[in-house]
Write a protein that binds this ligand. Structure first.
Ligand code: ATP
Ligand code: MG
Length: 646
């Protein structure tokens, strides 16, 4: 694999002021493994408790599967994120910097202002009859109200279910129905990349099949006229103007639900992941501080949407629990031009920047110019999440964006894990481009073979987690049997991630892709990530997706979809060149049998390549493509079907 043996040492200037250096990481890791009770009894104090728990951990991955953390503790998540910072004299610090889609628009909200806005909406929701345990659906663009709505639910003990604002009426309806929400919070319209998104119109369409919804609270954002149904629809600003600015936080048990969030749907029908209050909050705060080495006063920006778990944990709950200034961006990386991310970094003096490989690859495709035009001097740490990052993209991020000054933290985790589990720590871990490196303290990963046998030392196989951590999901909402079946039945007694991984001689983890995507060529198991990374390492390739296809002799052959860099034309010559390139990079076993030029790849709304659809196209099984409701652009599929390589 290109550059996979490159080792980038910890930077002394980063280590010098880091919360955790290499020795401290080892000590923490050992202590959390040896004495989890003692370790977490201390770490749980990083959040505010109404009653501190005496019971720490109660987890059993067998039978009915039972996961409890801090069970007799009482708290309210919004107090950790708001009240205690004000009590500590930091009420005038900026909590949220909002950067609008239009480069001329931004706003700053202090902790004191955020507290008041949260309390007003909390009171308004109470007046609408929302009680502890009720479900509230949030379908908003990336505006401050999204964070306010989440925290207002937490304030009164309502369970929020955030649905990404880019989802269709059908996707919204199925999520509302699954968790039987009684209130929907939305906006007139959203803005993205210079276009508007008709959120209220989508909501109206969805609600035709959602009898559980009693009221719709509508934020006036763009000011576009929208129909308001009398008795059902209410304006946010009117409700909040009437509501009192103080609201006593509802005392919540540590194991009371905080939110439901549906997974991205890369592998099939989305699952309603349920997270509870105490363990999730401890994990959000712990991982945000360690992985991003967050220090007070720093400006932190995670580019995810609040509709994904990354937005929940690393735009809202983690940063706010840690008293950070968190940036919320309404727009997209490519509008008005491909410099936008870096312009925003310069404008707000961002110190920590966290994005996804899909964004990095898209920007890489445009060359270095749009990056070089900006300063980026404020940047200290870079992060990535969502898919395996190809070493080529990692190095581009490190060299071009961070100018070799900023460590890159490649963070592996899932909606189900609540927060980051495997990642470098900036002051502790030497980096290898393309590797998520080492587990965080409290995380016990394992690699098992097909029969569930634990492999020792350097090994490749299925990535499992051998013990619980505080941020783990507790159940699939309304379907505990599906929870047990999905995560604990493949390898009894272990949590199965669905991902494949390789552990090298240094104990570093390399995520090889989803296990369902592994290709078996003449008895050799090949991860998609490795072949894709080889293709992306070619100077003319911007992005690649590799799947298996039926092959008479080899069992499976390799079918590659390739997106070329801006300005490069496909040709028969280039096709041969790429085949030869992969043979040289990985070996003859990885020789692609077919290469299809793909102007664009089918991706989930969160930007992940949907290989299950590509697999069907490659196998010519295009009649039934499965659940495509979470696709960002369904038109891409038709184009690929039409140009399938025979
Ligand atoms: P679904 O479970 O509905 O199919 P999904 O798995 O895409 O959707 P998420 O929980 O958003 O939903 O994504 C988690 C997955 O993303 C991981 O299991 C892994 O496959 C991938 N992933 C996330 N971060 C990384 C990373 N740093 N390196 C490699 N893969 C990653
Ligand atoms: Mg998943």
């Amino acid at each position: 694999m290109p550059d996979s043996d490159t080792l980038i040492a910890v930077k002394p200037e980063i280590a010098a002021r880091a919360h955790v250096d290499a020795a401290r990481y080892r000590a923490m890791y050992d202590e959390a493994a040896r004495d989890p009770e003692g370790f977490w009894r201390r770490e749980l104090r990083r959040i505010a408790w109404i009653e501190e728990p005496t019971r720490i951990k109660d987890a059993d991955f067998t039978g009915e599967v039972r996961i409890r953390w801090f069970e007799d503790g009482v708290l309210n998540a919004s107090v950790s994120c708001l009240d205690r910072h004000i009590a500590a004299g930091r009420g005038d610090q900026v909590a949220i910097i909002w950067e609008g889609d239009d480069p001329g628009t931004d706003a700053k909200v202090t902790y004191r202002e955020l507290h008041e806005r949260v309390c007003r909406l909390a009171n308004a929701l109470k007046a609408l009859g929302v009680r502890k345990g009720d479900r509230v659906c949030i379908y908003l663009p990336m505006i401050v109200e999204a964070a306010v709505a989440m925290l207002a639910c937490a304030r009164i003990g309502a369970i929020h279910s955030v649905v990404f604002g880019g989802f269709s009426p059908d996707s919204l309806a199925s999520r509302i129905q699954d968790s039987e929400c009684s209130i929907l919070i939305t906006a007139d319209e959203g803005r993205r990349g210079g276009r508007t998104v008709p959120l209220k119109a989508n909501a109206d369409e969805a609600l035709a099949t959602c009898p559980s919804i009693r009221h719709v609270v509508v934020v006036r954002h763009t000011g576009a006229p929208v129909p308001m149904r009398a008795g059902r629809d209410l304006w946010w600003h009117e409700l909040c103007a009437e509501a009192a600015p103080h609201c006593a936080p509802e005392p919540m048990g540590a194991e009371d639900p905080l939110f439901i969030l549906y997974t991205s749907g890369s592998t099939g029908k989305p699952k309603g992941v349920l997270h509870t209050t105490g363990g999730y909050m401890v994990w959000a705060s712990f991982t945000h501080e360690l992985v991003f080495d967050y220090h007070p006063g720093e400006i932190y920006w995670c580019t995810a949407d609040v509709g994904w778990v990354t937005g929940h944990t690393y735009i809202v709950y983690g940063p706010l629990a840690n008293g950070a200034t968190t940036l919320m961006f309404e727009g997209v990386p490519s509008w008005p031009d491909s410099s936008r991310f870096w312009q925003v970094v310069d404008k707000h003096r961002v110190n920590i920047f966290y994005t996804a490989p899909t964004a990095i690859r898209a920007l890489m495709r445009e060359g270095e110019g749009p990056v070089r035009r900006t300063s980026r001097r404020s940047l200290r740490i870079l992060g990535t999440v969502g898919e395996p990052i190809n070493p080529e993209a990692w190095l581009w991020y490190y060299r071009v964006v961070g100018e070799e000054r900023c460590p890159v933290v490649d963070t592996w985790w899932q909606t189900e894990t609540g927060g980051i589990l495997i990642s470098p720590l900036p002051g502790a871990t030497a980096l290898k481009p393309g590797s998520a490196t080492l587990p965080l303290p409290g995380v016990k990963p394992g690699i098992v073979d097909g029969e569930g046998r634990l492999l020792e030392g350097a090994a490749e196989g299925n990535l499992v987690l051998l013990d619980s951590w505080p941020g783990q999901m507790r159940t699939v909402y309304g379907d505990h049997a599906r929870f047990v079946q999905t995560y604990f039945s493949t390898f009894p007694g272990m949590y199965f991630t669905g991902d494949g991984a390789r552990r090298d001689a240094d104990g570093y983890y390399w995520i090889t892709g989803r296990v369902d995507d592994v290709i078996n060529v003449a008895g050799h198991r090949l991860g998609t990530a490795e072949i894709e990374s080889a293709l992306v390492a070619h100077p003319k390739v911007a992005e690649a997706a590799v799947v298996g296809m039926p092959h008479d002799i080899k069992g499976q052959g390799i079918y590659a979809y390739v997106t070329l860099k801006a300005g490069v034309e496909p040709s028969e010559e280039l096709r041969k060149e790429l085949i030869a390139w992969v043979r040289k990079e990985i070996g003859p076993i990885a020789t692609p049998d077919a290469i299809q030029w793909a102007p664009a790849l089918p991706k989930t709304r969160s930007g992940k390549i949907m290989r299950r659809i590509l697999r069907k196209i490659a196998a010519n099984e295009t009649e039934n493509l499965g659940d495509t409701s979470t696709l960002a652009d369904p038109a891409v599929v038709g184009e690929l079907v039409a140009n399938r390589v025979r």
